[in-house]
Every structure is written in C-alpha cells, then in structure tokens.
Ligand binder design. Structure first.
Ligand SMILES: [Zn+2]
Length: 424
C-alpha cells in the first residue's frame, strides 16, 4: 500500500527554493529539515538558523553565493534544536562570527547538554525512529515539517556556541538592519524571534509551521507548556507582520492571512487544553480523552492544522501527563501487573497462545491492525509464539504506517518494523 496521499501532498511545503521575501532578504526552504534566512547588508550578511547538517548548509551556501558573495558576520539561532544550529561552521567559513541566542539557550536533544542525566540511549533510538533515519527514500515520505530526502552528512557537526545571549527584548543593528530580538517561549522555552520592522518581516522559529503544532514529540520530550505556546501566538500577532518566515515550511505572505493563521494556531492549542481538562475533570483516562478529541470543524479544515507533524491525541495525552502526571486516576493503575504477567493471564483466559495468534492474524486481515499489534505484544511479552507474533506485528506496523498522515508516526512505525525484522 502506498503512503497516505495527504502526507505525500505535504511535500509541496518543502519545494527546494531560495525565496525572496523582500529586497535583500531570503529564505532557503526544502534543502534541509529546517529553513535558513539571509539578511544581506552592504558589507556582510546576517543568517538566521543553520539546518541540521553541514552538508545541507553547504548546499544552501553554494546556492546563496549566486545571490551574494558577502561574508556572514552574524548568526542568530531561533532555538537550540539540532536542526537549527548544526550548520553554523559552514556559514562562518572559518572566521570568528557573532552567534546570538536566548540566554536560556539549551537543547532537549541528545548530547548537547552533557551535564544532565538524560536517558541518551533511549532518546537516540526514538529520535532515529521519529525522523526515519536510515529508512529509504520511498519509505520516508517526509518529516511532516521537512523533506524526507535531505542530506544526512555532518549531522549535528557544525554547531558553534553562542557568543551573545539575549535576556530581554533587544534592539540590535547589524549590517544596516534594525532588528528587534524577543524571547518567545513556545515550542521550546529558549525561543528567540527576530523582527525587521522596515519590511514587517517576522522570523518566528518553530512557534508556527504548516502543520499541527508538535506539542509532544514521540522521540521523547519534556512537557511543552501549552499555555505558553498559545500566548506566543498573541506575541507574534502583536507585531502585525506582513511576512512570516517560519523555521520550517513555506513563508506566509499577507497581514490578514498571517493573523488568521496565528489565531487559529492559538485557538487549536487552547481547544486541546480545554477539552482535555473537561475529560480530566470528568474522571476519564488520557487514552479515552485523546481518542474522542477532534478540533471543531472550522479549525479542523485549516491546511496548517493538519496532523502532518504534531498530533492532537498525543498533545492531549501530553497535557494530561504534564499537569496530573502519569497516574490516570483509576486506583487499579496504582498496582498494575507488569506486561509479561498480564499477558500470561490474558493468553490463558483467551484459550492459549495459538488462539491469540489466530485472533491477531484475523484482526490484521480484518483491517484492525491496532488490535493485531496489541495481541502480538502480549505473545511477545509472555514469550509465546514470538516469531509468528513478530511477523504479524511487522505487517500490522506497515499497514498503520501507510494509513497515517502523521510523518513522525509513519517513520516510527516503519523503522520499528525493520528493527523487529532484524531480530529474525
Ligand atoms: Zn525545527
């Protein structure tokens, strides 16, 4: 079965192109997971964000050199995620350049902050699955917010430490551009947005992109504060931008179009919060709340709120866990049996391992791949019929992968299927 056509259509957001936003302002889109912006002055260039690999940064710089051969003197990081900071050395071209970031610049990604006892092995394995790293180009349609077929050479390699950290809203003149830098915590707490008033261009980092916001990343992220992110939309709107240059996906043009998009983004986040809170107050568990949660029709149809990257159900569960913690409120859950023990008893009750395997096979054949996986998980946990259970689960994973429009979910399913296959 081919990938979901809507996910394939999202590739239009990553057409490789250097967009001209205004005289002397450009955005390189589609070369990498994230965008690079250029402000070209009389004697030098300001770069905003640098992509995830030195190879992607090199490709962008090569094409940018058709536009200008001036040196890059200043680099601004909108936030600390790897896909924005890893190509800085390429743009610096061996010189000492100014690197600007927020004062609380700090990554929740693997390895950047060695002082924290992060579960790095888990994060690395899950990050690989979310982004489909090592999947082939047919399998990895895109990243939801970036192209699937981006260069991987030099991933994380060209990072340079910030030389100037900004703690509050700061006016800054660089290369003839009068810029305003403001902290705008949203997708991450360390977001720094850049405003150029002369042409009303706002560089918004990852607080907005053409997909439902990633309020929880399945690679494993700490709680992202929903209210803060929604508030950031008001902060962006207050500038009344006429051009919005996001960290991912195409630039957005037109004051009204941008205002509507930012309002919808904010309202969608607030809706997830209010519906989840209703469910919590009604004593429902997070999975039940998430399964029932749908955006109101007027929001659900907006192209930039489709779940190509963020996922409404994952967001709702993250809000539950981020506010009430892991406990679902049901006292049974305080003493849950470990998976292997529950599986043993379930399998016995269901008539034995062969009956459960047959049920898994028919669930798969009857387009109930999720139930097939849940049955297979019990066989695998109880170490009964492990090989045939794995084989059914592999098929089920590939079936659900092709049915989803959510790129991280698709990539996670497909890479997990391959990992199971490798177990033999
Ligand atoms: Zn990003």
């Amino acid at each position: 079965m081919p990938a979901h056509p809507d996910l394939t259509a999202q590739n239009a957001q990553f057409m490789k192109k250097i967009h001209k936003l205004a005289d002397n302002v450009y955005s390189a889109v589609g070369y990498a997971a994230s965008n690079v912006h250029f402000l070209v002055g009389e004697t030098g260039v300001v770069v905003i964000d640098t992509t995830e690999t030195t190879q992607a940064a090199t490709n962008i710089l090569t094409d940018f050199r058709e536009i200008s051969d001036l040196p890059v003197n200043t680099i601004i990081y909108t936030h600390s995620h790897r896909d924005h900071i890893s190509g800085a050395a390429v743009f610096a071209e061996g010189r000492d350049v100014e690197i600007i970031a927020a004062d609380n610049f700090s990554s929740d990604l693997v390895g950047l902050d060695e002082t924290r006892p992060a579960p790095n092995a888990a994060l690395m394995a899950r990050t690989k699955r979310q982004f489909g790293i090592t999947l082939n180009d047919n399998e990895r349609v895109n990243l939801g917010l970036g192209p699937g077929d981006r260069p991987m050479k030099g991933m994380g390699a060209g990072y340079i430490e910030p030389t100037l950290r900004v703690s509050k809203t700061t006016k800054l003149a660089r290369e003839g551009f009068e810029l305003e830098l403001a902290k705008a915590p949203g997708e991450t707490p360390d977001h720094l947005i850049v405003w150029w008033a002369a042409e009303r261009i706002l560089f918004s980092g990852d607080n907005f992109y053409h997909a439902f916001p990633n309020l929880y990343a399945i690679r494993g992220t700490p709680y992202r504060d929903f209210d803060t992110w929604a508030d950031a939309m008001d902060q962006l709107m207050a500038y009344a931008p006429e051009i919005l240059a996001p960290g991912h996906t195409q630039p957005v043009f037109g004051a009204e179009v941008i205002k509507t998009a930012l309002t919808d983004y904010r309202d969608a986040i607030r809706f997830v919060v209010s519906e989840t809170v209703k469910g919590m107050n009604a004593g429902l568990d997070p999975i039940t709340i998430a399964a029932a949660l749908k955006l109101p029709e007027e929001l659900a149809q907006k192209p930039y709120l489709q779940e190509f990257y963020g996922h409404i159900g994952y967001a709702s569960q993250a809000y539950f866990a981020g506010t009430l913690g892991w406990f679902d409120g049901n006292p049974t859950s305080l003493g849950r049996l470990p998976a292997a023990q529950e599986a043993e008893r379930f399998i016995a009750l269901a008539g034995g391992p062969d009956a459960v395997l047959d049920a898994a096979q028919s669930a798969l054949e009857n387009t109930d791949a999720q139930w097939a996986m849940e049955l297979c998980d019990r066989l695998i946990a109880a170490e009964k019929n492990v090989k045939p259970a794995r084989a059914i689960k592999i098929n089920a994973l590939r079936t659900v992968a092709d049915a989803t429009i959510n790129a991280p979910t698709r990539n996670y399913y497909l890479l997990s299927a391959r990992e199971l296959e490798e177990l033999g």
